[in-house]
Design a protein around this ligand. Structure first.
Ligand code: P1T
Length: 378
């Protein structure tokens, strides 16, 4: 089955009792059992819910994995991965990544004596140099949030597996439509389904996919034991959003290419970050690793922080907001919003300055997006 077909059908048989085409919202916390140990596969809804099962099966199919696990947020999914580690373990992460992920590593995992080393996202050799005797996993975001650098998944996975390390790829920015990390050697794929997967900015959620049975059993155990699961209505909304993932991603990308090209020529723009631009340092890797360049575009504005504030207040179609991946266009100021939890010196050393703006390009008519950018930047 091809991607767009799987997005609509995988894990979603018509309901056995009524024939309902849409997977029902099983709004229940528990299930009647016939006798001791005799049930229909569901006992208690933290452990399992058929609406959630459909979502997990669908996303697993889209990522080319054997198992999916849904969580109450992207961060809850991240915490589940970190439960594979023990006190004293070490992980390696790319240095450009979602601010909340950095906060989880530093402010929560650090307290449990799990240390993280950060390496320049695109420098493959640096990942090997950072390996210690107690390293257990390598955590990648590609493209990265918010600077849109790429990591060569295959090359890092090859290094990791030589050292018996797991490779996690946060595939939130790309979506499985443009990139399937498991096929490139990753062991676990992570999504904030809040973003492209759901696509309509009305649910917070997360998901993990793997094809490693042992890893799956550990994650599944943690999902039930810790309990940060999505409710059935959120699972259902996300499943409904996924049905249009293929068409949405094509339009996000078409619009993003036009916006990136427009900004690259704009006199008030210092620099544009978009892997689809030939001038992007990872453009060739993007062509090899992804089947499209995605819908996220960041740029450095020529001016001061006060000018940036002025610009974000002027947008009429773009909304000034955190998050990304919805059908509507958003503009975000990473330094004070999504990446505010990274200390300033560290942020700026990584290139995340006060004049950086990040655009999540929606699927509105692109002429309206270009006109809005033109008037806001004027
Ligand atoms: O927000 P939540 O669903 O918990 O997902 C966290 C998360 C994980 N990974 C990446 C790459 C992310 O971008 C996020 C959340 N990011 C934003 C809210 C943002 O605006 O960047």
């Amino acid at each position: 089955m091809e991607f767009a077909t799987k997005a609509i059908h995988a894990g979603q048989e018509p309901d056995h009792t009524t024939g309902a085409i849409m997977t029902p919202i099983f709004q229940t916390s528990t299930y009647a059992q016939a006798g001791i140990g005799e049930h229909k596969g569901y006992e208690y809804a933290r452990t399992g819910n058929p609406t959630r099962t459909a979502l997990e099966a669908c996303i697993a199919a889209l990522e080319g994995g054997t198992h999916g696990l849904a969580f109450a947020s992207g961060m809850a999914a991240e915490q589940a991965i970190l439960s594979l580690l023990s006190a004293g373990d070490h992980l390696i992460a790319c240095d450009d990544l979602y601010g909340g992920t950095y906060r989880l590593f530093e402010r929560i995992m650090g307290r449990y004596n799990v240390q993280t080393s950060y390496v320049t996202a695109g420098n493959v050799a640096d990942y090997e140099r950072a390996i210690r005797p107690n390293t257990k996993l390598i955590w990648l975001e590609t493209p990265t949030n918010p600077l849109l650098r790429l990591v060569d998944i295959q090359a890092v996975a090859e290094i990791a597996h030589r050292h018996n390390l797991l490779v996690v790829v946060d595939n939130t920015f790309s979506s499985p439509y443009f990139q399937q990390p498991l096929n490139l050697g990753a062991d676990i794929v992570l999504h904030s389904t809040t973003k492209y997967i759901n696509g309509h900015s009305d649910v917070v959620g997360g998901v993990l996919v793997t094809h490693n049975e042992e890893v799956y059993q550990s994650l599944k155990f943690y999902q039930n034991a810790a309990g940060a699961v999505p409710g059935p209505f959120d699972a259902w909304l996300t499943l409904r959003g996924i049905k249009t993932l293929a068409v949405r991603m094509r339009q996000h990308e078409e619009n993003a290419r036009a916006v990136a090209g427009y900004l690259a020529e704009h006199p008030r723009v210092e620099h544009v970050y978009y892997p689809g631009l030939v001038a992007h340092p990872d453009h060739e890797l993007a062509k090899r690793q992804m089947s499209g360049f995605g819908g996220m575009v960041s740029f450095q504005f020529k001016g001061q922080m006060a000018d940036v504030d002025h610009v974000v207040r002027r947008f009429k179609v773009f909304a000034f907001a955190e998050s990304l991946g919805g059908v509507e266009s958003l503009v975000c100021h990473p330094a004070t919003m999504t990446h505010g939890s990274i200390p300033r010196e560290l942020r700026e050393a990584r290139g995340l300055t006060d004049t950086l703006l990040r655009l999540s390009i929606g699927i509105e008519d692109v002429m309206d997006l270009l006109a809005d950018l033109a008037q806001a930047l004027a």
